[in-house]
Design a protein around this ligand. Sequence first.
Ligand SMILES: *[C@@H]1O[C@H](CO)[C@@H](O)[C@H](O)[C@H]1NC(C)=O
Ligand SMILES: *[C@@H]1O[C@H](CO)[C@@H](O)[C@H](O)[C@H]1NC(C)=O
Ligand SMILES: *[C@@H]1O[C@H](CO)[C@@H](O)[C@H](O)[C@H]1NC(C)=O
Ligand SMILES: *[C@@H]1O[C@H](CO)[C@@H](O)[C@H](O)[C@H]1NC(C)=O
Ligand SMILES: *[C@@H]1O[C@H](CO)[C@@H](O)[C@H](O)[C@H]1NC(C)=O
Ligand SMILES: *[C@@H]1O[C@H](CO)[C@@H](O)[C@H](O)[C@H]1NC(C)=O
Ligand SMILES: *[C@@H]1O[C@H](CO)[C@@H](O)[C@H](O)[C@H]1NC(C)=O
Ligand SMILES: *[C@@H]1O[C@H](CO)[C@@H](O)[C@H](O)[C@H]1NC(C)=O
Length: 633
Amino acid sequence: MVMWREMVLLVMFLLFVVQQICATHEREKTMDCPTSSCGKITNISRPFRLKRDPIHCGDSRYELDCENNVTVLYLFSGKYHVQAINYHNFTIRVVDPGVEEPSCSSLPRYFLSKSNFTDAYHGHAVAPYLTSQYQISDELSNYEKSLWKHIIYLNCSHPVSEKNKYVNAAPCVKWQSKGHIYAIGGDITAAELEVGCGVKLVSPTSWWGLDESSYTDMNRALLYGFEMSWLQFACDDQCQESPYDVCSFNTSSLNLQCALLCPDIFGIRLVRCGRGIWSQLLPYPAYFLENVFFILLGTIQGNLRFDAIDYFDMMVNGFKEKLGEGGYGSVFKGKLSSGSCVAIKMLSKTKGRGHDFISEVATIGRIHHQNVVQLIGFCVEGSKHALVYEFMSNGSLDKIIFSKDKSIEFGYDKIYNIAIGVARGIAYLHHGCEMQILHFDIKPHNILLDDKFIPKVSDFGLAKLYPIDNSIVTMTTVGGTIGYMAPELFYKNIGRISYKSDVYSFGMLLMEMASRRKNLNSHVEHSSQIYFPSWIYDYIREEKDIEMEEMGDFTEEEKKIVKKMIIVAFWCIQMNPDDRPSMNKVVEMLEGDIEKLEIPPNFSLYPYDATENSKQTIATEFTCSSSYSLEID
Ligand SMILES: *[C@@H]1O[C@H](CO)[C@@H](O)[C@H](O)[C@H]1NC(C)=O
Ligand SMILES: *[C@@H]1O[C@H](CO)[C@@H](O)[C@H](O)[C@H]1NC(C)=O
Ligand SMILES: *[C@@H]1O[C@H](CO)[C@@H](O)[C@H](O)[C@H]1NC(C)=O
Ligand SMILES: *[C@@H]1O[C@H](CO)[C@@H](O)[C@H](O)[C@H]1NC(C)=O
Ligand SMILES: *[C@@H]1O[C@H](CO)[C@@H](O)[C@H](O)[C@H]1NC(C)=O
Ligand SMILES: *[C@@H]1O[C@H](CO)[C@@H](O)[C@H](O)[C@H]1NC(C)=O
Ligand SMILES: *[C@@H]1O[C@H](CO)[C@@H](O)[C@H](O)[C@H]1NC(C)=O
Ligand SMILES: *[C@@H]1O[C@H](CO)[C@@H](O)[C@H](O)[C@H]1NC(C)=O
């Protein structure tokens, strides 16, 4: 009995001792760390530490140094002078040592923009400082406050006078070399960047009273310095949240708000917010600039650094190299700072509101297939929208199939493989995703080839999304390209618009790939030859050999491929949508034996029997209009 009681007491005593030791250790941590001071910064405390402070004080990522009675902060490759540390709002204000003396000729020593911090957006390795802070105020429920704006120095080959954003810095700034020096306060948009001007230097300021038309004011703003936030550290320290959540600074209560409130973008309540980012659906990192945001839907080659400056560079490089002009805007080649190339489709006019755009883009971004062009991200700048796609080095299919250049060695085996790839891509859009995606503009220009000539279906500009069980298409306006458009798209009485309309377009494409010429040849005078399929049909029917200009010396194997492609194409371009096979069936037919392929029933190219009159009507429509709009009841 006694033994037991002693044992229990001993255990309790030991537990007490252990608890005390732990408690003292905790207290020691803060008690043994008096605030340090250096020069005018007299209140250096956790998370900050001076180099000579005891090793357990502060956090090593927030180490400051004291040099000649000045507190300095090493930031990337720069060394900045600390002006103030604000513990109540979690910011530190530093100044570039190049501008410290109050003279308008002084220039920042370092090039520093938000892009130097963008790795912090990638979740895992969070930089100790961020350039923006999540805040909650009474007016705005939750927003990301940018802590600075940039002062951008530009060197232009010619004088820029009419743009008042460009402030002449020449009276103050003496650069050794020639050129016209301008400074811009605040961020500029791609459109405002003058041709012939290059960004020489970027430096931040947190002086909000900046008069952006006066260079001396900009210089004064630089002298004030810029703030950076260590809110993330405080959040990690004080909130028991999962590491991917964001806490905010409540400017009314001057407290951290650990609970997560997601912001609205275009009226969409975001599902979840990421660390240092807002994103519609994680894990997409989003890049927010002053009035531009870029959402990366997939990563290419690891880290992608992206910010205002890169964005401008990308746009400027892009404008130099135009890849093409599509129905919904122009496509440019862009190069990201990671070195990867992208294709940027600048949408000329966007239908609907940003809300619709984002939900559409979010769906397209989830589509992954070897034969479908991958959407990498998108940018929104005010009303301007751009889609960023993976870059396809071998251009579009029309350049290859219609090429008269004999040096392009392109046999029918390759054409055949491309046809199968395209069919698989469309089949995936129709049947492989949770939403059925109708393309409505299948044509050679919209089939892109990568460096290994793997075809990818591109341009969903016209694609609308339908729930899979809603078989009746509710869209009211469709566009398309003459020569590929299914007849039901311009004739109400043929049948309803459905995925079979894409099958028709694919059939026309397949026909062109087999014959390597355009179906619609406006130069042919003979009306019976305007439409390619009608005469090639006779060749098949009458079992004549296909004899085309280019087909003289083809092997038996190649003739077989061509015949197979043409028969499949005929199935696809049946007038009645119900007679056309599904794309899955098309893939099967293309891959299967030619002996098993049935010759399709006779077909009429035009609605009802092809009389000269109805031909005439359609022929006029073909030449008069390049796109159709129609209403479907
Ligand atoms: C260091 O700076 C502080 C504040 O500017 C000043 O009071 C102090 O005299 C300076 N010390 C030396 C050694 O210069
Ligand atoms: C110094 O910082 C501590 C917190 O780290 C704060 O409680 C104190 O009020 C600060 N003192 C001054 C003078 O800013
Ligand atoms: C910021 O990034 C730019 C471009 O990568 C680099 O030239 C510059 O030195 C960086 N700034 C600092 C202070 O390290
Ligand atoms: C933080 O506090 C300082 C000093 O009160 C103030 O100048 C600065 O504007 C504040 N910064 C933010 C982001 O609230
Ligand atoms: C500014 O541009 C001019 C020509 O555009 C060039 O000669 C000069 O070297 C550039 N200056 C600097 C500082 O890069
Ligand atoms: C911020 O703090 C104020 C004052 O404590 C409080 O009334 C308000 O609800 C807080 N804001 C949010 C969004 O929680
Ligand atoms: C296709 O792409 C490869 C790799 O980029 C390139 O070497 C080749 O010249 C391209 N071929 C054509 C026909 O453009
Ligand atoms: C196929 O249709 C065309 C046009 O309607 C017609 O002239 C031709 O006789 C038909 N051929 C057969 C075998 O039915």
